[in-house]
Design a protein around this ligand. Structure first.
Ligand code: SER
Length: 889
């Protein structure tokens, strides 16, 4: 028997042999189509190739594509578990021709595969064609040799395939398998076609048109082929089973589900096991592709799927989380074909466990309320919308979970009154925010949020995406046009642009459509989840509903990512080096640097900084994958994740962990774990290098360090290195000897300065006097008086000089004026101790200073100092002091 994994390989290999390129499955979150909730068919990743916007080197491709049909146009959620062939997640096998072969070759390839490769008996097969498609009808006759009664013309939209409300489309032709007379049901197009006898196994779409938003259909540049075969269906046919849930893959998953719940998959319980097996796949693959449970958009569809599975686990009697225990079985079955599943295993398990624990708290009480409210109802009855709303609002029951719970008893929900209750609650919320302070200023954003919901952020996974404009704002008001040359704000249903938060700056980039370009200069987050793209229209006109291409400045974001991850490394290193009192007080994560403010009450030494760098760079070199996960706040904090004191966090938080180090028990533990909504590198190696470039004080008890990473750090260090070489050059030594040489030079300089001062003093006293009447020493009144003018002797040395002269005189008065280069002068007067009763040096120096154009002066009776601006008047100053001595003597 061929297992699912064999059939998938057989399909891919067959088309590869026929000249098709095997393309990997694209993400379940469509990057290139904002109108789709999830990738719902194999052709989604090729949409732009069909319409001619993109080209591929090889015009043929083959894929096994992950698909989810829940939420959006194709929604199978409600039926899953109750039917043989509905899934939320499934794999679609498909071959594609991009303007290469068309109908005839497509039919030939398909027919050969099913009859020769897969060995299905030709007499069990029939085909449908679009009613007017004679060409296809004749080809089935000619190529496959099908008799006319087994080629059925279908006049309805069943044989016209469309991806969504817009996009490539065309007439199609489907291959059916006949399970035989013993199964009830009629051929396609017959009144009892819904029976299970004839099962569609393959859809060949002859892509010819593109459906435009206004309803118009335009021809594609070249007719193309898109085919889709559900892997689960073909596996069922090939494995001779009737129910998709009986194929090998589902049997394994259901067996695992039986094991963890201890309940066999039979009777009424079978539905629950099928739901669990199906929803486990959808949940795990969505989480692996970056979707996280939330109350908005894709995240809410995921949450609905998860909670629906959880109710069924509850029905099977499980009271502890069980879905999370099924992940290994899924990875075993599908991990080889989809390695992303294995990579995300831990994250899937944790996310499931968290959601199960959370929901379990209200599930019992909600179900009790539901039982109570429906007890009086008979089969066919309707549950009032108020109760369904209360279950939604208070107990976390998505509407479809309530509907699913009632389905078995033949009850329905009054959806209209449920919607009315929801609208009433919204109106209340509107009233609340319209009245109050800050919210009032931001009213426009709350109004936008209320109408279009929160923006789906795709930027953890991608730098580019498509989106739909949902609102435009200019001058604080909503508008329906943003014209070229005007500035304003654009809101989109989804975006890869990061909105400034947590210290990380907003992204910049472009929003464009044919003939339209808006330059995004900043992105902000408003009203709890509305991403606001601020900038200017450079070309064309932006209007609501426009489909646009988004592209962030990817190089800038790469630098931001490196700086954000480095901030976490530095934060953890600071706590190790300085102590655990270090707490983040603020941060800025910009493309050109990172800034981190933290509590610490003294400067950080060069050695401490070097150690911070050393530790951070050790983690960079580990090149570990950076792990992000969602956790319950209390679990995250208990696990040691660093949170900002005083910050308000949701119950569920994003936790970013990186690096490892030996723990106290000798086992490796995580190096850094922080609550963080920012964007980070994939591996720490991408940070390249961390260099701290400054350390300073911000306020009492708060220090700031700034650092560079990657190229910025390298350029900074190169620059430092270049300067060092220049210095070595100037000093004429090798770089290795620079420090020694610089220190020696500094010593030399000090010594020489000292020597110079000594020499000047000696010279000053040795030279001939030039003032004071030519006599070096004379007697004024009854005391010896010495007056001199000297050149360039500074304050302290000048006093030394006066002291020396006083010693020479033994008893007398000395005045020395020193002329400086800048034209100013200093003057010092000394009076020997025996004369201080009669003369005061302070009074005498004042007389001299006045003559120099200065004022005041100070000192003691035996030594005083002053100065003045006019060094040319040195002689007058000496004369003035002499006159003062004469007057006082
Ligand atoms: N797009 C078509 C489908 O999904 C064929 O691949 O059925």
């Amino acid at each position: 028997m061929s297992g699912v994994n064999d059939i998938r390989s057989q399909f891919l290999d067959y088309f590869a042999r026929e000249g098709h390129e095997i393309a990997p499955s694209s993400s379940l979150v469509p990057r290139n189509d904002p109108t789709l909730m999830f990738t719902n068919a194999g052709m989604v990743q090729f949409k732009n190739v069909f319409t001619g916007l993109e080209t591929r080197a090889i015009p043929r491709a083959v894929t096994a594509q992950k698909c989810v049909r829940a939420g959006g146009k194709h929604n199978d959620l409600d039926n899953v578990g109750y039917t043989a062939r509905h899934h939320t997640f499934f794999e679609m096998l498909g071959n594609f021709s991009f303007g290469d072969y068309f109908k005839d070759r497509a039919i030939e390839l398909a027919w050969t595969l099913v009859t020769k490769e897969f060995g299905l008996p030709a007499e069990r097969l029939l085909a449908t064609v679009y009613a007017e498609d004679d060409e296809a009808f004749n080809l089935w006759k000619k190529i496959a040799g099908l008799p006319e009664d087994r080629i059925i013309r279908i006049p309805t939209s069943d044989n016209f395939w469309q991806m969504g409300d817009t996009g490539p489309c065309g007439p199609c032709s489907e291959i059916f398998f006949d399970h035989g007379e013993n199964i009830p049901g009629g051929p396609p197009g017959s009144p009892d076609e819904d029976g299970d006898r004839f099962i569609e196994i393959w859809n060949l779409v002859f892509m010819q048109f593109e459906q435009q938003p206004g309803g118009e259909r335009i021809p594609l540049p070249k007719p193309s082929i898109d085919t889709g075969m559900g892997l689960e269906r073909i596996a069922a046919v090939m494995q001779g089973v009737h129910d998709n849930y009986d194929i090998d893959l589902f049997r394994s998953l259901i067996a695992a589900s039986e094991e963890v719940t201890g309940v066999p998959a039979s009777g009424e319980q079978e539905v629950s096991h099928k739901v669990i097996a199906d929803h486990l796949r959808a949940t795990s693959f969505l989480i692996a592709d970056g979707v996280m449970p939330s109350n908005e958009g894709r995240g809410y569809v995921l949450r609905r799927i998860m909670r629906r599975a959880m109710r069924h686990a509850h029905l099977l009697g499980a009271r502890d989380p069980v879905l999370c225990r099924l992940v290994p079985a899924l990875v075993r079955e599908m991990g080889r074909a989809y390695p992303e599943l294995g990579r995300a295993e831990e994250m899937i398990t944790e996310t499931l466990e968290l959601e199960e624990q959370r929901f379990r708290r209200t599930l019992d009480r909600g179900l009790a309320l539901l039982d109570e409210a429906t007890e009086p109802l008979d089969e066919g009855g309707t549950l009032d919308g108020e109760t369904a709303f209360k279950l939604y609002d208070t107990y976390g029951f998505p509407l479809d979970l309530t509907q699913d719970a009632l389905r078995g008893r033949g009850l329905t929900v009054d959806v209209e009154s449920f919607d009315a209750a929801m609208e009433r609650q919204r109106a209340e919320a509107r009233k609340a925010w319209a009245g109050s302070g800050e919210a009032a200023v931001e009213t426009v954003w709350y109004a936008v949020k209320d109408r279009v919901g929160a923006t789906d952020f795709l930027g953890y996974e991608t730098d580019a995406a498509e989106a739909i404009v949902t609102a435009l704002v200019a001058d604080g008001k909503e508008t329906d046009r943003l014209e070229a040359g005007t500035s304003g704000a654009v809101v989109l249903n989804q975006t890869p642009f990061y909105g400034e938060s947590g210290g990380q700056v907003g992204d910049t980039g472009t929003i464009s459509a044919p003939g339209v370009r808006f330059r995004v200069t900043d992105t902000q987050k408003k009203a709890d989840g509305v991403f606001v793209h601020l900038g200017t229209v450079e070309e064309g006109v932006l209007v609501p509903e426009l489909a646009v291409d988004l592209s962030i400045d990817a190089a800038r974001r790469a630098s931001i990512r490196a700086n954000h991850s480095a901030t976490h490394l530095v934060h953890a290193a600071l706590r190790k080096v300085l102590g655990t009192h270090v707490a983040q007080k603020g941060s800025l994560v910009a493309p050109d640097r990172l800034r981190f403010d933290f509590s610490h009450n003294k400067p950080i030494s060069a050695e401490e900084l070097a150690e911070v760098e050393e530790i951070s760079n050790r983690i960079v070199l580990q090149n570990d994958r950076v792990a992000t996960r969602l956790m319950a706040l209390e679990d995250a904090v208990e696990a040691g994740a660093m949170a900002l004191f005083g910050e308000k966090y949701a119950d569920e938080v994003r936790v970013v962990a990186m690096g490892h180090e030996p723990g106290e028990d000798g086992r490796e533990k995580t190096y850094s774990m922080e609550l963080c909504g920012g964007t980070h590198v994939g591996r720490t190696g991408e940070i390249g290098l961390v260099t701290v470039v400054s350390e300073s004080a911000v306020s009492a008890g708060v220090r700031r360090i700034e650092a560079f990473t990657a190229d910025q750090a390298r350029r900074y260090l190169e620059d430092q290195d270049r300067r060092l070489r220049e210095v070595a050059n100037v000093l004429k030594v090798s770089v290795a000897d620079v420090v020694e040489r610089a220190a020696a030079l500094a010593d030399d300089k000090r010594r020489l300065e000292r020597e110079l001062a000594d020499t000047r003093r000696k010279l000053a006293l040795a030279g001939p006097a030039e003032a004071g009447g030519g006599e070096e020493v004379k007697t004024v009144g009854s005391v010896k008086f010495m007056g001199r003018a000297v050149e360039g002797i500074g304050g302290k040395d000048l006093k030394g000089l006066v002291d020396d002269a006083k010693k020479q005189l033994e008893s007398g008065i000395v005045v020395i004026v020193s002329r400086a280069d800048d034209g100013k002068a200093g003057i010092v007067v000394g009076v020997t101790k025996d004369l201080t009763g009669r003369f005061n040096a302070v009074d005498l120096v004042r007389a001299g200073s006045e003559a120099l154009g200065g004022k005041g002066g100070g000192g003691r009776p035996d030594m005083a100092q002053a100065g003045g601006p006019n060094s040319a008047d040195a002689a007058q100053a000496i004369a003035a002091v002499e006159a003062a001595v004469a007057a006082a003597g």
